[in-house]
Structures are given as C-alpha cells and as structure tokens.
Design a protein around this ligand. Sequence first.
Ligand code: ASP
Ligand code: MG
Length: 418
Amino acid sequence: MRVFKFGGASVKDAAGIKNVYSVLQQVGYEDVLVIVSAMGKTTNALEEVIKNYFDKSLELNSSVQEVKKYHNQILMDLFEDENNEVFAAVNTQFADLEYFLAHNKSPNYNFVYDQIVSYGELISTTILSNFMTFMGIKTQWLDVRNFIKTDATYRDAEVDWELTQKNISKNIKRKILNITQGFLGSDENNFTTTLGREGSDYTAAIFAYCLNAESVTIWKDVPGVMNADPRYFENASLLNQISYREAIELAFYGASVIHPKTLQPLQKKEIPLYVKSFINPLLKGTAVSKGVDLEPYLPCFIVKRNQLLISLSSIDFSFIMEENISEIFGLFHQYKLKVNLIQNSAISFSVCVEDKFGNFNDCNAILSKKFKVDFTESVTLYTIRHFNEQAAQTVEDNKTVLLKQVSRETMQIVTKEN
Ligand code: ASP
Ligand code: MG
C-alpha cells in the first residue's frame, strides 16, 4: 500500500481538489490511503472560532459562518447540483459543530479546542471523498478516530501504538482508494484528540508504519526538498536523496522539511518518504530513505529569524560552571525559551534563543539578579550543514557576524542584518 498526504494548501479550493484527482489519475489510486488536512487556512479560522467561544465574543456566530461560506463555495464550484448528497453531509457536520458550541459544558480549553478544530479535517475529507466518488473512483471515507487511539493529552496527544496497530491491521480494505483525516485521533472515551499543529504528516507515518506501507508521499507545491529556501538564496537546488539521519539533523536545526516525529516510525521500518510536486506528480522529487546522506552533496542552509542572542557573565568574575548552567537552563525551560545554540567560555555563556511566547523580560528579571546579562534582539541564526568556505561567505556577506560555531559537519552563524 502507498500512503499519500495532501496538506491544506493542496486542497484550498475547487481547483486544488480537482488537481488531487488529476494526481491520482496519473500515479494510480489502487491500494492507496490518502491523508488530508483541513482546507487552506481552515485550522486557523477554527482557532478563531475557539477564541471567540471562550471570549464569549459576539463574533462567534459570524466566525462560524465564515468557515461555512468558504466550504460552501468549494462545494458549489465542485458539484454545482445542490441535490448531491455531499451538501447534506457537510451541512450535518456544521450542525454538529454548532450543537457542540451551544451545549458544551467543559471549561477545559484543550479539550474544547480538539472537539472544534477537528471539523476542518472531517469536512475536507468528506468533500474530497465525495468528489472522487463523483468522478467515478471507488472510494472509502474512513473516520481516523476509529483507527488512531491516543491518550487524553488534548492538542498534543500521544499515540497508543498497540491499539492503533490492531485497529489498522483489522479494518483497512486494500485495493481501493481510502481517504481519511490527518492530525486527529481519539482517546479512551472516544473524544477527539489532535496530534499537534501540522500533525498530518505524522498521521501518514503512523498509518505507513502499521500497514508496512511501500512508501509515503507528501504532495507539495514545491518540487521537493531544496538545500536552501529559494526566497532567500539564489541557486537553491533540489535534493534527490536524503538519509533518515540527515533529515533528522536538518529538522533538528529547524529545516521545515519533515518533523523528526514523522521520520522515526518510517526509519524504523525503512519505509521511504517522498516529497513531490502536486503540479508535476511524475517528477521524482526528493526521497528520504536508506542510502547516501545527501545527493547531490551540497551545503544545506537553514535560517531562523527573530532570535535573541543572550550573553551571561558572572558578576564577580567567577567561572560559569555546571551549577549555574543547570540553573540557567531550568529558567529557559520554565519560560519556554527555545535554545538553538550554546557557546561558553570561562566567565561567560552565550545562547541564541527563540522567545515564541514573549517571556524573555520576565526571565531576564530573574537572571539579572545573579548574572550580568547582555542581549541583542532580532538576530538571525544561520545553520549550514556540510558547509564550505563559499557557503559561509554567502551567509556572512554584508552582515555583522556576532557569533560563529563550527563542528565537523555543521557551521552556525549568528548575524545582525546591516
Ligand atoms: N490542519 C492541521 C494544521 O493546520 C494539521 C495539518 O495541516 O497538518 O495544523
Ligand atoms: Mg495545515
């Protein structure tokens, strides 16, 4: 079996859905399981609904109507005939969502979040599978919540592999086109859970693992994985092959390639992962698989903007040692500052961190009692895997280098744009 994943951008409108059909026509749809995300920016729109719900905002109803209108337009563009049963099916799903909003009693934000946000995927798969049937492909719509079982950590659920394996082995029909939701699962009490934002790739990996699939393909609007973001680098090239290990390294340094969580189950069974273009589905794209680390062997650039470079030094010229470092990291952890680079000398300690939640000021108030704290805001962290002189030059040109760190395969450079 082959597992395909189509993300939100690939199904953002009627043309996108039709294109999924065209991709399947070209690459085949027998013995295929398709995992689909919510359409376009629906997950964000539903997060807005959730916010309005908890704020008791007057905008609640209109935010729901907006999501409805968006999907209705896609339905009209695809089916025209309002008597097609897909209209009723999608209507029922919206009615269920509205019923939940009117009757829910749980004050648990994360629980409520999952119950609401899941409609994005439930609706997108309903539309897609109805369209495939409409076009004459024998399709089975599956409710992923009957397959992927998780604990009750809403918004970041942990998969129960044993139960999930059992459900998948028993209940998936081969030989036909199966379509199901990414991102979702269900807990012991059958309440909906989610696997974390952008979790649909992970869903594909879970199914592939449990099905001993032949491969996973992630269909994207780019030709595959590039060695650099073409928006920032001239001469970005397509990578044909990346080993699992190298892909995990790239993901660790922040490449938006593929999440390590997605790679682990695939690597365990050596199931290849392809990243391909949904515009040119017959091109080879990138394979993440067993084999050479990187082909072609090129420096890979990863850019993280909006970082904070913090230098801590002891007030009394004493060394910064294990005890201080463990305390400093304890604080970073507590304030959710993500550390992306570390460098230390005898009396000073520098880190490049990401302050996603705007906690640095609070953290700094505590740090400043014990250390002399210097920091620079809005710096950029460049990581070059398999660096060479020329690659480093490209990064350093016209910039002020604040810090540089080199290990065998990786160079990291913190810069301030001039
Ligand atoms: N729809 C979810 C999200 O936007 C899951 C996904 O797309 O992978 O986060
Ligand atoms: Mg998405």
